[in-house]
Structures are given as C-alpha cells and as structure tokens.
Ligand binder design. Structure first.
Ligand code: 4AD
Ligand code: MG
Length: 435
C-alpha cells in the first residue's frame, strides 16, 4: 500500500511512491503529456501524466476530468525547482489515477466574477487559493493570540452568547426570545470577564459577538469574532503593553509561517516587519489637533472618530498607534474617568496602519460602585439587569481593565484586504446572511 500524504509535507517524500487525495483545480496538456493541478486542502501540487507510463486507458480517463472533480492519484514525488504549487518545488509523476467523482460544471471559473456572485457561492468560493490563504492565516492568528495569552498566565473562561443585558450600549442588540423573556445575542463578553478576574486574575474569552449595525462599510460585520482579555489590578498603561506585545507576536509569527500565503495575496511584508513594540501613544487631544491640521478643520472635540479620521491618523505612523483618553461622552458607560479630568476616560483604541483603523477597543473599568451605578442610570440602562455587575464592585473591587480585539479587522489589515467580508468563512453583512 502506498501511503497517502499531505501536499504540505511533499518535500519529506522525495523519490517515494505516494498517494494524494484531492480535487482538480486546473488541467492542461499537449500530446502525450497531461498536467493536473490538484488541491488536497493542505496545499497545491502539479501532477504530470505521461501517456506511455500511465497507459491509454488511464490517460483518457484523466482527460475527461472537469474542474473540481475528486480523485486519488498515485505516483512518485519528483523535485523540480520550477514546479508550481504550495509549497511548490515538487511534482507528482503519476502512475495511477482513481476518479472519485466527475464534477458538474463548476460555477466559479478562472475568469473574473463579481463579488456578489462569489458571495452567493461562498460555500464554493472557499475552495479558491486566495480564500484558502486568508482563512489559513485566520486560523493561525486565532491560535497564536490564544497561545500568547495561555503562555502569559491568562485563563480561558468562556462567556455566554445568550445574555439578559447589553454590554456595549443598546443600539446594536440582536434580540431573541428566551422562553418568553427578551434575550440578546452578546455584543461582548466583557462584563462576564470582569466577574471572572476576581476568581482567576487574568482571563480571556474568545467567541462570536453580534452587532446589529446599520453600517454597510468595509469594516463592519453583523457577526464577528472577538478576543477579550481582562486583567485584575491593571491600569490603562498595563493594557497597552499587553496589546502591543500580543499584536506583535501574532504579526511576526504570521510573517515567518505564512510567507507563501502572504505572497499569494500579494501582501508586501516590509510594513508588517516593523510591527514590534513599543507602539506610539497619542492622546485624543493630540489626535484632534492632528486632524485639524490635516484637512479636518471641522472635527469637533468630543466626537468619536469616523473611518476617514482613523485612516488619516494611521497614515501618519508606520506602526499601529494607540489613541488614548477619549471623551467619556463618546464611550461606553463602564469606562473609568480620568481623575481630575472626568470629561475624558482611561480608554485606548489601537488603530492599525495603512488606513485600517481600529482593531482593538479597551479601557480601565469603573471600580467604584456608586460611580458605576450613576453611570448606569445616566445611560438609561435597566438597573436590575446590572445588579450582578454592581456586585463586582461590592466585594473586593480593584482597578482593572481589558480590551477586545476584532479578529476580522486584524486579519484584513495583516492580509491587506479591501473589505472584512473575505476574512470570515461565512460573512454576515447588513444585506446578507446566505449561505
Ligand atoms: O470597541 P468595541 O466595541 O469594544 C468592546 O466590545 C469592548 N467591550 C471590548 C472589551 O473591552 N472587552 O469592539 C472591540 C473590537 C473593535 O476594535 C473591532 O476590532 C471589533 O471589535 N468590532 C467589529 N468588527 C467587525 N464588525 C463590527 N461590527 C465590529 N464592531 C467591533
Ligand atoms: Mg470601539
């Protein structure tokens, strides 16, 4: 029996007779030669059929293969610098072919397709090289974020998706019915993280979060995945240090381990190589001045940044940049005001360069029970629903804080994609949740 290999490991099998199970992406040929480009999930390889070696019958069977036909090839692994593929540099000299299924005409062909056409066929589009590259980097980004936190004393504590109250304001809640009681899909695990730090010190949650955003931009999804660390006895400065280390680790890891994917995406690496701590820190006040000087003279102190503002600010730096001390009015109810200057809060957003903008939002949390209750009332939030949250300030309250990193926006930046819709396997957009 020849052993089935992963194309990703093909270099380890030079000279051996192996089997590859996969799908045909492309077929060309001339005379007695047929070239099959095959994908097996782990990589892409070119297989060569020479009519006199495989025999007439196998050769003509191979000629009938259509794009996306499933097959099992056996053959010898040959080194060839020029062989296309990922990892590339090796090809399969075919000795036998088993056709599993001849595919019907595949709707996605090498020609250009519009994005709506492709999104309607997202379940098939995932097979293309570009999507494969992006989603493999996504898997690594998620794994390495978690590895970094796991290696730095953070405990994964899962938080619920069905929740009785809002974490990030009431305007973007997806409402559902919990056996007769209104319930909401979570916007953030933060409030539960805040409970969990009193038991575990440093925690994080990672999962899908939901925002019924009426926004149709390249940065907004209705469902996105967020990594949320939370730390007891931490101040804003501590959070920024954690963030810059975490983000740098992930970016540098991707550079080393996904060079092929980045090349396939035509993502230059030079700018990513600079993503190392420390990141510049810019106060909101100074950011507003930069905007005034930089073509946004009408920007009002107190407003939250829109995309054009973030884009402008990030273009002034060659690394991700922290903007800290936002106006309290523009931010969520739980953020700790700056002592002596309550109109700003101890918050920081991390803006990704090259125009990508906010990838992390974080802050120190209000730790005083009375101040927090006043903030809940001021934001017209239902007090009963937050009673448990106030408990956290009644029993051993400490300064603490955390942040949320959006996986899709981070990945869009790392891969330099024009839109977040390609960063998640099945995007939920304002006007789309099929398939
Ligand atoms: O700034 P946000 O709203 O912060 C929170 O939810 C905090 N409770 C997190 C915390 O402190 N634990 O969201 C955090 C990040 C944003 O910076 C962005 O990357 C991402 O989540 N995000 C979105 N990504 C895609 N589509 C959307 N609609 C997003 N909304 C937020
Ligand atoms: Mg934010």
């Amino acid at each position: 029996m020849t052993s089935v290999i992963s194309v990703a490991d093909i270099a380890q099998h030079e000279g051996q007779e192996v089997a590859v199970k996969g799908w045909l992406t492309h077929k060309t040929g001339k005379g007695k030669l047929l070239f099959l480009r095959v994908r097996d999930g782990s990589g892409f390889v070119q297989a060569v059929l020479f009519r006199p070696s495989v025999g007439d019958e196998a050769f003509s069977r191979a000629k009938k293969l259509t794009q996306e036909s499933s097959l099992i090839l056996t053959g010898k692994v040959k080194k060839d610098q020029r062989a296309p593929g990922i990892p590339g540099g090796y090809e399969l000299d075919v000795s036998g072919i088993e056709v599993v299924q001849i595919a019907e005409p595949f709707p996605i062909t090498p020609k250009e397709h519009g994005v709506d056409f492709l999104l309607d066929r997202r379940h098939l589009w995932l097979r293309s090289r570009r999507q494969w590259a992006i989603l493999r980097i996504r898997a690594t980004v998620i794994r390495e974020m978690r590895n970094w936190l796991d290696g730095n004393g953070f405990v994964l504590v899962d938080t619920p998706i069905l929740t009785p109250s809002a974490a990030e304001g009431t305007t973007t809640l997806f409402e559902t019915d919990f056996h007769g009681t209104p319930a909401f899909l979570t916007q953030s695990g933060q409030l539960y993280n805040e409970a969990n730090i009193f038991a575990f010190g440093k925690v994080y949650c990672f999962g899908p979060t939901f925002r019924a955003e009426r926004s149709k931009t390249r940065r907004h999804l209705q469902e996105f995945w967020m990594l949320e660390p939370e730390v007891a006895f931490a101040h804003l400065e501590d959070l920024m240090e954690i963030e810059e280390q975490l983000v740098s680790h992930v970016v540098q890891f991707v550079l080393v381990h996904h060079a092929k994917e980045l090349a396939l995406l035509e993502r230059g690496t030079e700018k990513l190589e600079r993503v190392l701590p420390p990141f510049p820190r810019l106060s909101y006040d100074d950011a507003v001045e930069m905007l005034h000087a930089g073509g946004f003279p009408d920007f009002k102190w107190g407003d939250d940044f829109g995309s054009p503002h973030e884009t402008y600010l990030t273009e002034q730096f060659d690394k991700p940049v922290f903007v800290h001390h936002f106006p309290s009015e523009a931010k969520a109810f739980y953020m700790e005001p700056e002592p002596g200057r309550p109109e700003v809060c101890r918050s920081a957003d991390l803006l990704a360069p090259e125009g990508y903008g906010e990838i992390i939002g974080g802050s120190e949390r209000m730790s005083d029970p009375e101040k927090l209750l006043a903030a809940i009332r001021q934001h017209n939030l239902p007090e009963e629903a937050y009673d448990w949250y106030l408990d956290l300030r009644r029993y051993g309250s400490v300064p603490h804080g955390g942040f949320g990193l959006g996986v899709e926006r981070t990945l869009a930046w790392i891969c330099k994609l024009p839109h977040v819709r390609e960063t998640i396997p099945y995007p939920r957009l304002l006007d789309r949740f099929y398939p």
